[in-house]
Design a protein around this ligand. Structure first.
Ligand SMILES: [Zn+2]
Length: 72
């Protein structure tokens, strides 16, 4: 299952950081963050609770880059 989220981040470097943190989050199979479109595509593991996983993703991204935002 794949979902796309709108994000806010100040530069391509931070977008890469967000992508790395998202990929490391349990329940995420794969993630692609695009600074050009300010979107994040997340592929979840089978049976993952999307809402819970995305709450962790947001927490991890904020730890790496406090100024980023994911619109859940
Ligand atoms: Zn930045």
């Amino acid at each position: 299952m794949k979902k796309t989220y709108k994000i806010d981040v100040d530069c391509a470097n931070c977008a890469n950081l967000m992508e790395r943190e998202t990929k490391k989050t349990p329940g995420v199979k794969d993630a692609v963050v695009s600074f050009m479109t300010l979107k994040m595509k997340v592929e979840f593991e089978d049976g993952a609770d999307e809402a819970a996983v995305m709450a962790d993703v947001l927490k991890n991204c904020k730890k790496a880059e406090p100024d980023c935002e994911i619109y859940l």
